[in-house]
Design a protein around this ligand. Structure first.
Ligand SMILES: [Zn+2]
Length: 77
């Protein structure tokens, strides 16, 4: 695949990934949660659109609080 320009595998939005010009890649400005990145790589093995990257990163940030002293992972009822 010489070009990396198609659709986001998660939501189907137009996606333009430019690894040769990473500063101008759609995903470059997205700050993504490390756990979200791992999950994305496991689930999709390719780039997602910025909206999905942001959404998944936020999702994982919310799901995995790092400073939870009790150690419980169950959400409150
Ligand atoms: Zn998407």
């Amino acid at each position: 695949m010489p070009e990396c320009e198609d659709q986001c595998p998660r939501c189907g939005a137009p996606l333009r990934c430019t690894p040769d010009d990473i500063e101008h890649c759609d995903c470059a400005p997205i700050r993504i949660h490390p756990q979200a990145l791992s999950a994305i790589q496991a689930d999709y093995s390719r780039c997602l659109c910025p909206a999905c990257l942001s959404a998944l990163s936020a999702q994982h940030s919310a799901m995995a609080p790092k400073d939870e002293p009790s150690g419980r992972s169950d959400p409150p009822p």
